[in-house]
Design a protein around this ligand. Sequence first.
Ligand SMILES: NC(=O)C1=CN([C@@H]2O[C@H](COP(=O)(O)OP(=O)(O)OC[C@H]3O[C@@H](n4cnc5c(N)ncnc54)[C@H](O)[C@@H]3O)[C@@H](O)[C@H]2O)[C@@H](O)CC1
Ligand SMILES: [K+]
Length: 501
Amino acid sequence: MKIFNAAQIQALDKETVSNQYISSFKLMERATTKVFEKLQTRYKLYQTSFVIFCGTGNNGGDGLTLARLLKEGGAMVKVFLVQTKKYSPDNAQNQDLLEDRDINVEKFNTKSKLKVKKDDVIVDALFGIGLHSPLDEEWRPIFDFLNETPCLERVSIDMPSGLLADVTTPIEAIVFKADVVYTFQLPKTALLLSDAKEYVKELEILDIGLDLDYIESTKSDAYFVEQEKVRNLVKSGTKFSSKDDFGRVILIGGSKGKIGAMTLASKAAMNTGSGIVTTYVPNCGYTILQTAIPEVMCDTCAGEDYIKVFPSVEHYDAVGVGCGLGLHKDTATALVTFLKDNKDKKLVIDADALNIISEQKCLDKVPVESILTPHEKELKRLIGEWDNDFDKIDKVKQLAKKHNVIFVLKGAHTITIAPDETIYFNSSGNWGMATAGVGDTLTGMITSLLGQGYTSKEAAIVGVYLHGLAGDIAIENIHPHSLVASDLGKNISSAYNQIAL
Ligand SMILES: NC(=O)C1=CN([C@@H]2O[C@H](COP(=O)(O)OP(=O)(O)OC[C@H]3O[C@@H](n4cnc5c(N)ncnc54)[C@H](O)[C@@H]3O)[C@@H](O)[C@H]2O)[C@@H](O)CC1
Ligand SMILES: [K+]
């Protein structure tokens, strides 16, 4: 699914109205009906009271439409509408439709005293994608009230008001803190970034039937990766496949006390479909690995507790480096030599291998089309501080392009950034996956895919999605708090099955 900026969405809105021969008023009704249907399943309408805060534009128009639909659905509804001289035409038309429907509509301004009861649902329909700059300070008392007053839940239509869709919103800006955001048709970049974590606790994208031809023909360099996209990329075996068809991969890493990282990565590589997996660890890891995973071959180097020499990798289809590697200076020296000696080998680089590359300032030695999978702290060591998520993405885009490598920035919506400057936000995964070893599993999975013949970009996109989906399937039976990295490995098979459906 493409991600558009606000201007592109507004153009899409216009195209839809013209191509589908419907009025913008009808489109608003169609969009809001989708929100209504979601609320209908989230709450028992006839027992729920909604207080809807409406702005002066079409986001406010959505709120007014929703008021009507909720009232017809049996809910209690109260509307607060921003006082102004000029409303958008669809907003004004929806105000007219509220007359004689026994809905209390109270106009307010930034100085008004508002009232919400503790069991009301607050609906925020103040500002959507038409917001062109951060809200003025005069709005602070209203938003402080909306964000702090006790209530059942806070719902935003399209955007949490105050959040800009496609450029950064300053940290101190005034923004509504939504429990759930129902956004229309396509996700907006700001909704997917961790800078918005206080404002978007849950996100749902509602298909409102906007013009597909226009979406198809409009250029975008950002995508939201969903199951359908991954389904088209996933390869499968044939009757006559042999283990050589599924790639021979090697995972290099481990140090005393961190052999578990290699166990997780190797198991995940096997479960993702590699024909042959070899792990290369220091001596102390040998018995552990051979005992933990019979399917994996184990090779060791001269070092007892850490890797002193890297192996020859010319006979492998893909190489994953870094899980549990440690930062010993001999390991660091060996890694730098390894990078210089293997300029033509695509690598998957994680954890301490990334930290060593930062320390040694040798990103330029990383082979082209390698995949780097930093978490937040590893990325900071690599590129320094950033001002905000948009700035972070820009910086990483430049690096990806300069070095011709892929970055996988791990997070809630893990972001894959390719050298051609396209970016992919992942849609699968859950907070239970914020636990040790989950990154090692991902490295094993991506290495496996690379070895199976996926391009670097595909291996990253598919690996990240499958990994998140395995986590989503795991929490069908396990509480997110109890999820551990090995639960992901166990569910890779179910993730494949679900994608194939
Ligand atoms: N694009 C689409 O496909 C659809 C859009 N719809 C709704 O329409 C919304 C967009 O509507 P609009 O374009 O009317 O815009 P909004 O309703 O988001 O906001 C526009 C109003 O906010 C004011 N405003 C903008 N920036 C401001 C600021 N910094 N401080 C104070 N006031 C500010 C504008 O002057 C205008 O009055 C979407 O977010 C969505 O909710 C839906 O009705 C259905 C379809
Ligand atoms: K809103």
